[in-house]
Ligand binder design. Sequence first.
Ligand SMILES: NC(=O)c1ccc[n+]([C@@H]2O[C@H](COP(=O)([O-])OP(=O)(O)OC[C@H]3O[C@@H](n4cnc5c(N)ncnc54)[C@H](O)[C@@H]3O)[C@@H](O)[C@H]2O)c1
Length: 337
Amino acid sequence: MKDRIIKVGVIGAGFMGAMHARVYQQLYGVEVIGIADPDVARCEALKQWIPAVQCFSDYQEMLALPDLDMVSICTKDDFHLAPALAAAKAGKHIFLEKPIAATLEDGQAIVDAARDAGVRLGIGFLLRFDPRYSRAREIIASGEAGEISHIAARRNSPAIEGPARYGGSLPLPLHVTVHDVDMVLWLLKHTRPVTVYAQTTNKRLGHLGTEDAVFAIIRFADGAVVNLESSWALPAGSRTLLDAKMSILTIGGLFEVECGESGLYYASEEMNRYIDTQHWPLSQGEIKGDLREELMAFISDLRSGGTSVATGEEAGEALRITLAIMDSARSGEIVHV
Ligand SMILES: NC(=O)c1ccc[n+]([C@@H]2O[C@H](COP(=O)([O-])OP(=O)(O)OC[C@H]3O[C@@H](n4cnc5c(N)ncnc54)[C@H](O)[C@@H]3O)[C@@H](O)[C@H]2O)c1
């Protein structure tokens, strides 16, 4: 695999799967040979960028392609287990979108299946590939800024985004907060979380079967405290589609990662908004940003044997803490983790 073309299949051609397919196709030494989605029209639509791709309504048929090296699994949060087990059984390497699964049992089964089959498993926590987060982590890891005292992070978006796609079917913490949970676990890797306390409110979006916001406090064994806020209840006219920020206070410094005001603002007669320059910006006809960096890193891991994307075990831990946030919000109690 070191020097040859890596052949990729994508399972689920919705919002993320379509971007994964296009990004892989942009990469030198990578070819997208199959896309599987019961809604085959979603695959057909991708032929404008990947003309020779084969479309499958059943991912099992795609997994039978002998040339296929790896799959990206981009099905909904609660439908990761079956395609991941099938890919492992077929001996294909797996890049799986976050969260690893919706339950701890599913997450563990995915980790076990990949290990037993001897295939690589990487999980899509793309913030790790935003140089602002990763650079802050490197400076902290060097010892220059001293240890972390506390972190405050928010990840808020308008109701036309998440709830429009997932409202009523996927909980906000599992879908959104898990990004910041993974990031703080990555930043505080030398210690471990000990307690979680959370509250939610659903005054605005309760009728859609979802929370407006979740607020969570995580305490770590070394005394660090983390405060997370996630919401998808901002009004449609919000000037950002994703208002995300993280402040990290260390003994010797302060880091502020500002993602809401993207550096590209656009106002017209119809809109008034910051345009994404972070995750998947379109530029010069290609999808760039941290998603592309992350998928490139997984390809590079396959070639080199390295581990630069989040592992299944790390994603299992992010899931465990996120489920504790949901438990605490339900019970109103502090949860010992
Ligand atoms: N990293 C990020 O920032 C980010 C952002 C959004 C979504 N995600 C993750 O990506 C994943 C997919 O989310 P999405 O927004 O693209 O969802 P989506 O609903 O847009 O797409 C899911 C696709 O899966 C397809 N599907 C359903 N059953 C299938 C089957 N049996 N075989 C193959 N395909 C099947 C659906 O037809 C649909 O096209 C989720 O895990 C989500 O959390 C990550």
